[in-house]
Design a protein around this ligand. Structure first.
Ligand code: BG6
Length: 509
């Protein structure tokens, strides 16, 4: 059986290319990128003729590299490891040893690429995926340019995917953008945010704009508030503490994933479905986020916290400061909750609450739209009012789906009411699991579709918002305090108070 189907019905514009992954010995390559490419092969969506080169500093043979990839794929592939697909797939993968700063390594890479192209009849499309440690991003981009690999002639393309973190603040993000734009065209630059590749995140636009019933209600007249929660039960396993302790929840997840989700929920309908049509609207949302001008106002709207030792899934876990490779005096937040206001006509006065935390009770990401209560005049007298309002829940992961909470009469002779749920589950409705975000995003980059990637201005506007909070935390003479919660619980009391000031509470997940 030839596992690489010839027809590319799903992505007719996906052309053969060579994918070069920088940082090929890292976790991302082993756990996400190669399994995603393998899965595209399983589904027959990887264009025929794709070749993959892993570029990293550690000396390895092609075979050693392939063996390491196979070992992980066997353990984690979402549909199992099928040797009939894997064997021809892994034949397309090779390894290139070089320092990221060594011009000679890039010259040899160019030779390898040319050899692949001539065997392919001169077609030289190239996709460079920068998944190395962030301190090498600049060097890699500059070396690619010096080696002449940043453009392709002969009607071919050269594109670059840049992994996160895209900077650590506005200044570093701007600098990186300048290096990127001095080496690759903006249209060939793909700043990845893997949350945009998640099936339910993509469905947000369909839900909002392909269903006539939601859009008329999608504003401050009918919506009381919106919540976005991204909870994780993991802590700092696998040495992750070293990176995380320099980043914190706000930079690691809010600047990118959560603000991207927020912009999809709050954006105006785009004029068309082009990448720029959509991104023009998303960036307006991020630009309209209210910024607070004093540390006191930041403290009233943003809660940061660390976890103390506790239990997650019945297993004892250490406190944040006792985690592996975390500074015992760390001032980095592993939980953050923010009360946001979007200063636009549509959202005037509607709070958006977002929260993200490590070592919470479970892994779950969801968006909930809380509609205003129905006027109680009718039911007050007869049964004491209506129990709670309508809530539309969009589950990003796991158990992707959408549910709508409504109030219904309990069967019987008395007028008694209870909230009920209409539920849609992707897995049961469509009978298959959603692809991994990286599958979709890699295929889009090969096909030249940048819709699900962040544009330069989006990244910079998001950093502007994050920077003003970080500034209040770390540079103000009266920094807001660090709250604490027990690992395995739903965050600090201060985060509950954040909503209580508006008469709201966090949804139970
Ligand atoms: C990454 C963050 O971008 O996203 C991690 O750096 C986080 O800290 C991860 O755990 C979560 O991704 P997902 O897809 O597992 O929700």
């Amino acid at each position: 059986m030839n596992p690489f189907r010839e027809d590319l019905s799903a992505r007719s514009s996906a052309e053969p290319c060579t994918i070069v992954i920088f940082g090929a010995t890292g976790d991302l390559t082993h756990r996400k990128l190669i399994p995603a490419l393998y899965h595209l092969a399983v589904d027959g969506e990887l264009p025929t003729g794709v070749k993959i080169i892993g570029f990293a500093r550690r000396a390895k043979s092609d075979q050693e590299f392939r063996d390491g990839l196979a070992e992980i794929n066997r353990k984690i592939s979402r549909s199992g490891h099928d040797e009939r697909v894997w064997n021809p797939f892994i034949e397309t993968v090779s390894y290139h040893t070089s320092e990221f700063t060594d011009a000679e390594g890039y010259r040899k890479l160019a030779e390898k690429l040319d050899a692949i192209d001539s065997a392919r009849g001169g077609k030289g499309n190239r996709l460079f995926y920068i998944a190395s440690a962030p301190e090498f991003f600049d060097d890699i981009l500059i070396q690619l340019k010096n080696a002449g690999l940043n453009h392709a002639g002969n009607g071919c393309w050269a594109r670059v995917i840049v992994e996160k973190p895209f900077g650590i603040d506005l200044a570093t993000a701007k600098h990186l953008n300048e290096v990127v734009n001095a080496t690759f065209h903006e249209k060939d630059t793909y700043r990845i945010d893997h949350y945009l590749g998640k099936e339910t995140a993509q469905n947000l636009m369909v839900l909002r704009f392909a269903n006539a019933i939601f859009e008329p209600l999608w504003n401050s007249k009918y919506i009381n508030h919106v919540q976005i929660t991204c909870s994780e039960n993991l802590g700092m396993e696998g040495g992750r503490g070293a990176y995380y302790d320099t980043a914190g929840a706000l930079r690691d997840m809010v600047q990118n994933h959560l603000l991207q989700l927020l912009s999809l929920v709050a954006m105006e309908p785009p004029t068309d479905l082009t990448a720029d049509g959509i991104r023009d609207e998303k960036v307006k949302v991020i630009r309209s986020l209210r910024k607070w001008d004093t540390a006191e106002k930041v403290a009233a709207n943003v809660v940061r916290a660390q976890y103390a030792a506790g239990h997650v899934d019945g297993v004892p876990v250490p406190g944040y400061r006792e985690e592996d490779r975390v500074n015992p005096q760390s001032d980095t937040e592993a939980y953050v909750a923010v009360r946001l206001l979007i200063d636009t006509w549509r959202w005037s006065g509607v709070p958006f609450y977002i929260r993200m935390g490590k070592r919470l009770p479970k892994k779950s990401t969801e968006i909930s739209i809380h509609f205003k209560d129905a006027p109680c005049v009718l039911f007050n007298a007869s049964c004491g009012g209506v129990p709670g309002g309508n809530v539309l829940v969009i589950r990003i992961q796991p158990d992707e789906g959408i549910s709508l909470r409504m109030v219904s009469k309990i069967p019987g002779n008395n007028l008694r009411m209870e909230p009920v749920k209409m539920d849609f589950h992707y897995a049961t409705s469509f009978g298959k699991t959603s692809p991994e975000a990286y599958e979709r995003l890699l295929l889009d980059a090969i096909a030249g579709d940048a819709t699900l990637f962040a544009r330069r201005d989006e990244v910079e506007e998001a950093w502007k918002f994050i920077d003003h909070i970080e500034h209040a935390w770390h540079k103000s003479p009266t920094p807001p305090p660090m709250a604490e919660f027990i690992a395995g619980t739903w965050g600090p009391k201060e985060a509950d108070d954040l909503l209580l000031q508006d008469g709201n509470q966090w949804r139970r997940l």
